[in-house]
Design a protein around this ligand. Structure first.
Ligand code: PGA
Length: 228
């Protein structure tokens, strides 16, 4: 039985008020469902993490929180940075190596490897993003996200067949059990990905921003028979 892994990445979106509204609406949509067969992670901006953690606890939501970034340093004189020991009070996951961090913030393999080291030392689980089979994967990451550049936010996905081929190759090379696909995933196309034998879940960006769309994506993924 395949346990699905769905990580919604809100990116640089949502005020505290908007995040709160999203969580309340998510609760109303799923009702008492424990969402068996899927681990749901939400990668929220730093600014909403404390409030999101509070609401997830108070409402008993089956959601784990992720940060979208982490400092490559310990706590100290690094203005503007958030360290692993600060994050571990708020989240159990962190996304490292997203293509947007590489592209807009110049993050290199060297700095990304340091971030993974700090995350693991703090006790966080890591979703490490790669854009093809050639990108180096640091040791000890927990989940790999395959997110090809051309598919991020473009409405053009990789084909499920190619994503399957790439993910099977990543799994064989990196020896990581859980590898997910990211790039223009929607409620309409999610089943075509998670029904592939090597694809363990998805990393939706745009489709995670509206709670109705995100819940419908989770339901389509669960209904695809992938978890049976
Ligand atoms: P998107 O983002 O779903 O908006 O294309 C995916 C990602 O950032 O991996």
């Amino acid at each position: 039985m395949k346990q699905l892994f769905i990580a919604g990445n809100w990116k640089s979106n949502k005020t505290i008020a908007e995040a709160t509204e999203w969580l309340q609406s998510f609760k109303a949509l799923i009702g008492e469902s424990a969402l068996n067969g899927v681990k749901v992670v939400i990668a929220a901006p730093y600014t909403v993490l404390p409030v999101a953690k509070y609401h997830i606890g108070a409402m008993g939501l089956p959601i784990e929180l992720a940060a979208q970034n982490i400092s490559p340093f310990e706590s100290g004189a690094y203005t503007g940075e958030i360290s692993g020991s600060m994050l571990v009070e708020l989240v159990s996951w962190v996304i490292i190596g997203h293509s947007e961090r590489r592209k807009h913030f110049g993050e290199t393999d060297e700095v990304l490897f340091k971030k993974v080291e700090k995350a693991k030392a703090a006790g966080l689980s890591v979703i490490y993003c790669v854009q093809d089979t050639e990108i180096a994967v640091p040791p000890n990451v927990d989940v790999i996200g395959y997110e090809p550049y051309f598919a991020i936010g473009t409405g053009k996905t990789d084909s499920p067949e190619n994503a399957e081929k790439v993910i099977a190759a990543i799994k064989a090379k990196a020896k990581v059990k859980t590898v997910i696909y990211g790039g223009s995933v929607t409620p309409e196309n999610v089943a075509t990905f998670v029904s592939q034998p090597s694809i363990d879940g998805v990393l939706p960006g745009g489709a995670s921003l509206v709670s109705e769309t995100f819940v419908s994506l989770i339901r389509s993924a669960l209904g695809s028979g992938s978890n049976t």
